[in-house]
Write a protein that binds this ligand. Structure first.
Ligand code: MN
Length: 426
């Protein structure tokens, strides 16, 4: 499956005039306010978000999974799916692999498929939350935190193997999401579990190549329901500091209890130079894995406002690794990801419109009303013509969902892969 650029170009033709009218009007308005429109379009074009290999099939819950048609059943096909997303949106130029679900059989061939699709390999993800068929030890009672050293050693060795695989692909980071925790009070000694985890992470950190980063992801609950070893950003931050300067906290939007002020967490971590990775999704109740921006777009904008501020004012913080970590139980996975990519770009563009100098002045005056006006003026701007322009300039689709449908891509994937192909991993 390879997208024909010519088909995208011809699909853009009948939308081009309407786009131009919308863009010119917006560009005029923004220029009148002193905004450098071309600079924003360039920033949008530069903003690339990794797609995780596990998001390309239909998602599911612990109660069941309704498969989607024409799912990618090999790593090569997963990369091709990301290639489709990237061709249409020009903003999905990376894939994040999950080991052991996506261990390449032929590295050279896989790298060729990726290059052909203009895709690079982002962070590699380890998995110690389930037992593999050939496993000697079980992770039923934890992995890096387990009371049994043999189990911890197996989990450490797995993470080191993931780094080795990533090295061969050109990845530069390892993401550790540790599911370890307990289901019942008294089951686990919190201090012992945390000490073991810190020790295990330090051993993994010890083998990281010089130019690699380690991202430590946190989550308050699930799969365990009483306690989680790395439950919040503070615990992750503490562990990252214990490991060293190549270790960072990873913020996943869904990994917070309801109403948590995520933008403040982002701001604090960037001030401390420790925000390394970022996972986008949206939610109503918990780790729902909903489409980015589908439930709380204003919260996403406020988070981006802090990200933009930090990227400008916190040179101590590295450029974060962006990834979508969502599921799509009832949607075509590729259409869902297109919607997420659009929502991310939209929130980013709006945050770039916030007049930081005026906001600072209003804050110093304690002009609370003006502060809100400045944020909401940016938020209420329809920035979609800027997104379209960024795509158009790179031969992406003016309307990616419409292009995906009119090109009949899902039907082509079904024809190629069969109706009942199933994505590996989930
Ligand atoms: Mn995540």
């Amino acid at each position: 499956m390879q997208i024909n650029k010519e088909e995208i170009r011809s699909g853009n033709e009948n939308l081009r005039e309407a786009h131009k009218a919308g863009f010119d009007f917006l560009a005029n308005t923004l220029s009148g306010q002193g905004v450098d429109v071309n600079a924003i379009v360039q920033r949008l074009a530069d903003f690339q978000v990794a797609i995780p290999s596990w998001a390309l099939g239909a998602g599911g819950t612990r109660f069941g999974r309704f498969s989607y048609y024409g799912e990618p059943s090999s790593l090569e096909q997963k990369i091709q799916d990301v290639g489709v997303l990237h061709a249409l949106t020009q903003t999905a130029g990376a894939i994040s692999l999950h080991i052991p679900w996506d261990v390449p059989e032929d590295y050279k061939a896989i790298k060729e498929v990726a290059a052909l699709n203009d895709i690079v390999f982002d962070a590699v993800n380890s998995n110690t939350f389930q037992d593999q068929k050939d496993a000697v030890h079980s992770y039923k009672y934890g992995s890096l935190s387990n009371v049994d050293k043999a189990v911890r050693d197996q989990a450490i060795a797995h993470n080191i193997e993931v780094v080795e695989i990533g090295k061969k692909l050109g990845s530069k980071s390892l993401t550790v999401w540790l599911a370890d925790g307990s289901n019942f009070p008294g089951q686990s000694n919190f201090q012992t579990a945390l000490r073991h985890t810190e020790d295990s992470l330090k051993q993994i950190y010890g083998v990281l190549p010089e130019d690699w980063k380690m991202f430590i992801e946190y989550k308050p609950y699930e799969p365990y329901f009483y306690s989680t070893v790395i439950q919040d950003w503070g615990t992750s931050f503490m562990l990252a500091n214990a490991c060293g300067e190549k270790a960072f906290t990873l913020v996943d939007l869904g990994h917070h209890l309801p109403n948590t002020n995520i933008e403040q967490i982002v701001s604090t971590l960037m001030m401390k130079g420790k925000l390394g990775g970022f996972h986008f999704n949206d939610s109503k109740y918990g780790d729902d894995d909903s489409t980015v921006g589908s439930v709380k777009p204003y919260a996403l904008f406020l988070i981006f406002n802090e990200l933009v501020y930090g990227m400008k004012n916190n040179p101590q913080n590295p450029y974060p690794a962006w990834m979508i970590d969502a599921s799509h139980n009832v949607k075509d996975p590729l259409e869902d990801l297109i919607q997420s990519l659009e929502a991310i770009q939209e929130a980013y563009a709006k945050a770039l419109l916030v007049d930081q100098d005026r906001l600072k002045a209003a804050q110093l005056e304690n002009d609370v009303v003006q502060c809100q006006e400045i944020l909401q003026n940016a938020y209420r701007t329809d920035v979609r013509p800027l997104l379209q322009r960024a795509r158009l300039e790179r031969d992406g689709a003016l309307n990616p969902i419409q292009a995906y449908r009119s090109m009949g891509i899902r039907q082509k994937l079904v024809d190629e892969r069969g109706r009942h192909s199933v994505a590996s991993g989930l």
